[in-house]
Structure formats: C-alpha cells, structure tokens
Design a protein around this ligand. Sequence first.
Ligand code: ADP
Length: 494
Amino acid sequence: MKKKYIIALDQGTTSSRSIVVNENGNIIAISQQEFKQIFPKSGWVEHNPLEILETQLATLKEVITKANISVSEIAGIGITNQRETTVIWNKKTGNPIYNAIVWQDKRTADFCNALKERNLENHVRKTTGLVIDSYFSATKIHWILNNLPNAKEDAEKGDLLFGTIDSWLLWNLSERKVHATDYSNASRTMLYDIKNLCWDETLLNELEIPKSLLPKVNPSSFHFGDYTLEGTKIPIAGIAGDQQAALFGQTCFTKGEAKNTYGTGCFMLMNTGEDIEFSKNGLLTTIAWGINNKIYYALEGSVFIAGAAIQWLRDGLEIIKDAKESEKFAKQVIGENPVYVVPAFAGLGAPYWNMYARGAVFGLTRDTGKNHLIKATLDSLAYQTKDVLDIMQKDSNVTLTSLKVDGGASKNNTLMQFQANILNTTVERPEVTETTALGAAYLAGLYIGLWKQEDIIAKRKINTLFLPSFSSEKREKLYKKWRKSVQSTIDWID
Ligand code: ADP
C-alpha cells in the first residue's frame, strides 16, 4: 500500500493530540485527550509523564481508526511539544523520578536570581540566546537533582536521563533505544550553545548537571528512530517545539517571514535565516529548526495577556457569553474608539518589561458602553502585537510585508482587520490554522520525501487576507494614544 499519511503528535500543555495529514497537507482526522494539571503549591505546575505518554499513545491509535487508514499507509511520524517542560527518568526502570515540571512553574525563581547574582546573565544571553528565567529547563533539572533523594548520585552514575517532552516520547516510542531531541527544543533548555551547537560546559558546571543526562541533538527533519505498531516500523522523522513548529507550519521558511499565534498569550516568531540576531530590547533568540544541514534562527517575543483579556470580559466582567461574541459587540463601535484598555494584569512584557504595572481603562465618558470596552480589549491585542513587532523589525533590520496569523483569537475578523490597519501590514490567515501540527508533519514528510518545500508552499491555502486601510495620520494618532495609556499604567505604580 502507498505510504501517504503523516501522523503529527502534538503534545500540548493541557492535552495530547494526534493528527493525520494526507499528501496534500490536509488534516483528515484529529484525536485529543486532556490530562491532569497538578498544582502542588502556589506557583508550581506539574504533569505526570506517564499520563502524557498514555494519552499520546491512546490518541495515536484512536486517530488511525478514526481516519480509517491502515498502519502500512503511514509514511512517518512528526512530534511537536510544549516546550521547556522537564522530565528526568531512570533509564534502567524507565520510570520518571519526579513529575514533569511544566514551563509555567516558578519554583526556581529564587535560584534564577542567584544565577543572576553570579553574573551569568551575559553568558546565558550570548550562548543560549535566552534570559535567565525559571521558564527554561535548566533550573528545573537542577531542582530535581537537588531535591530528590539519591538523584545526584544516580545522575553521576549515568543512570538518569533528562528530556523535554519530545525526548521523553521518542525514548518510549523507540522502545527505549533513542535518547535524542532536535535543535529547536535543545535551544529552550538554557544549556545549549546555539552558535557552536553543543551543550555549554560553563552552564553545566554552574548548575552541576552531568553531561550523561543530556540527549543527543539532531536536526528537526531527521530519522530519529522508529515506532513499531502492529509489526510495522514507522519512522519518527520530524521534531520541533510548538512555536517553532507553528512557524514552520505557516511556511515561514525564509528570512524575514513571521507568524503570530493569538492564544491565551501571543507568541510571535520571526525567521532570521542563518544569522543569529541578538535583541537589544529583550526578545529571545532561538533556533527555529535544523534542516538540510542548515540551522535557521528566530527572534521570539511574547505578549502575556492576549486571549486571556477576552476571557476576562467573559468570566471577570461577564459582559460576553463566549469569546466569539466579542466580535459582534466590537463591530457596533462606529468610527474611532475613544476607549483604551491596557490588560497589564500581570505586568508588562516586551518592550516595557515592568512586572509591577497593572491594568487600566482610559478614555471613559458618559456615553461609554460595553461595546467600546469590548472593542478596546480586542484592540489591545493588536497594539501589544505592534509593540513586539516594532522591536522585532528593529532588531532584525527587516520590514515585514505580511504577518501570518493563527490561534484561537485569529478567527476574529474585526480584530484581524484592526491588526492590519494598525501595523500597516497585510495580515494573512491560512485555511488550516492547526499550524503547530502541520509544522511537525511537514518536517517529517520532507525528510521522508513525501513533499518538497515548494510543494508545501504551493499547497498552502489562504483563508483571508486583511489589507491595511488606515491613513498614516490616523494610525499614528491611535498608536500614540496607546503608548500614552501604557505609560499611564506605569506612572500609576507607587
Ligand atoms: P491556547 O492554545 O492558549 O489555549 P487557543 O489558540 O485555543 O489558545 O485560543 C483560545 C484563546 O483565544 C482564548 O483565550 C479565547 O479567549 C480567545 N478567543 C477564541 N476565539 C476568539 C474570538 N473569536 N475572538 C477573540 N478571542 C477569541
């Protein structure tokens, strides 16, 4: 039988999903299972690695049945995963020695401050492209080794293995034969030298992490190993972290192309080609992927509160029933909206970097109604995106001609049109917004030879192009007001 399907395993923060993609890059079936979020203490977030594995395998089997395909028709598997989340397991027993510590977990914040006091910030930035933060894997590994009985000794004996979720899945899928990851995931550990492509000795020493713990790092499109199902070997041929996979799935293959994902927060990544660009404004530098013996880099910036602000309208203010309804009300605001909402619920990220700022609403008058407030909240997603994109363009010396979008809130036409207007850039929404899974499938299919990059670009369908229509005066006037609103939230703090 012809091998014409790729299965993407999309291991996310709240659910494990498996997706069947056909030769035309169309999704023909999806299967999804949620798993438990464990909060042992305030600021701590964990997952059970065995539950992650179980739900992933269950959806993999389920999706094959759902798509009504046979195992012999599967050309390969691609994996994409929640990034930075850390698992350490014993290679003899196969058991994790502790729960997975999730990227959101803040338990190592004090240790991160201690690393800053040791003047490691500059080294971390120059070597890994990151900033010292509990978000990344390094300090989570350190915590597990230093807080579990015998962990350090076992690690030194070479009995333990570390992996981000992709490595954990790969090791298990390959019947414990392959301990590896890809460049994009390695670059999120805060231990990987993104220029020399090796684990950084200085950081390993500083964090007392034995090298034997670490996976081999391979290109993102590569034959990592095989998963045997019903006696048939299926090659695992693509791996990338979720945001990088989405950049790939949006076919941002060349330097200067960028995507923005509008989820709970926003994640913006720009392909900077084979050059490492270090940001002067607090953006992260990361490896986008390794493919065809080349390494592509990306600049990454995020907005903390995006779709979460829409959830606030729904759950906090209770002025909309669901997120989708926001569009109906926003559309009723005719002309310029005098109201500005700054959703600095948890401080402000790039380019302001103020952890103490808090949210505010500006421009209220006697005739302000709920429509204005809803429109202003949607606008805040677009303004925050502009804040990040402006510094990204400055840091990379690239002027963007089109922004590719995905994620839940990208379905909102009013928001996307306002985004195009305020950026003065075309906003392009693809037909298939499951870009993360598509990216993993593409990486695998390219290695196997199911597609070429040109085919992928040719097959990609655009759903809607939003063209900018504001005059420069109008755009500048509105954006100036936004910056003034943000400044006022900062000035409000004692
Ligand atoms: P995540 O992966 O972070 O859970 P999703 O990509 O599933 O996020 O997007 C969900 C987010 O998008 C929610 O925060 C929700 O409030 C917002 N959202 C979903 N649909 C819309 C819409 N039509 N308009 C505005 N916001 C939306």
